[in-house]
Design a protein around this ligand. Structure first.
Ligand code: BTN
Length: 242
């Protein structure tokens, strides 16, 4: 496996995209001890101090770019399964890409794709997990919404061991996705979900929606039962209200 470790990077996703452009083989994994410009979904920055696990993997699935959004679910299921090996770290998934524990965010996934109309060139899957971190390692405004493996278990875990387990789980679910399609991936995601049947407030690019999450459809979109009927949410930010 092509595995590259950096003490500091701006963003492992950027580095992985650059390597992929230069022809890095599938499976190339970029890890950084800390990121100075870590990126989250929806153009946000991602706080990435020393002690967390910040990495990105280059994939080259033989699929059209329209199917790239499914990769978030592949990575989410892999992450939950790897974390389940740690006693007490029963993590849930908040649509589409958050790892949550008791309503607090433990980590997230950022996938980025490059390709032509009919074929993905490369797909970068970036995963960030708050591992050996204290709440004090986060800026005050983030502290109420986040947690870490250390906060949950009261101790430190080996990040290299966690990374090994994550990569093994990612490989497993990636192959399930390629060989059996999205259906079994989505079924596994639903088993671990922490947002279906919950009352949600969703910020979408078109405005705010409030409703109960009834399902995730075959394309990975969230179906929300609102006062105005069932709405299909493709991108947005969830807040669990009840
Ligand atoms: C989110 O929840 O908004 C997604 C966060 C993804 C963070 C990871 S850390 C490794 C990789 N490099 C980045 O710059 N972002 C992802």
């Amino acid at each position: 496996r092509n595995y590259l470790y950096h003490p500091t990077l701006s963003s492992t996703n950027d580095q992985a995209k650059e390597s992929a452009r230069r022809g890095a083989p599938e499976g190339t994994t970029i890890v950084a001890e800390e990121q100075s410009g870590g990126r989250g979904r929806l153009g946000r920055s991602w706080h990435s101090p020393r002690g967390g696990l910040w990495f990105s993997v280059v994939l080259r699935p033989p699929l059209p770019p329209a199917r790239a959004p499914e990769a978030v679910f592949v990575a989410a299921v892999a992450g939950v399964e790897a974390l389940a090996a740690y006693p007490g770290v029963q993590v849930g998934l908040k649509w589409p890409n958050d790892f949550v524990w008791r309503g607090r965010k433990l980590g997230g996934i950022l996938t980025e794709v490059t390709g032509e109309l009919d074929q993905i060139n490369h797909l970068v899957v970036g995963i960030g997990l708050n591992v050996n971190l204290d709440l004090q390692d986060f800026p005050p405004e983030l502290r109420t919404g986040v947690t870490s493996v250390r906060e949950i278990t009261g101790g430190d875990v080996s990040r290299s061991e966690l990374l090994r387990q994550l990569l093994a789980a990612l490989e497993h679910w990636y192959l399930v996705w390629l060989k059996q399609g999205f259906t079994p991936v989505l079924a596994a995601w639903k088993r671990h979900n922490a947002c279906l049947d919950r009352l949600l407030r969703v910020l979408t690019p078109e405005g705010e929606l409030v409703g109960r999450a009834v399902d995730v459809d075959a394309d990975g979109a969230l179906l929300l039962a609102t006062a105005g009927g069932v709405r299909r949410v493709v991108t947005g930010e969830l807040q669990v209200e009840g």
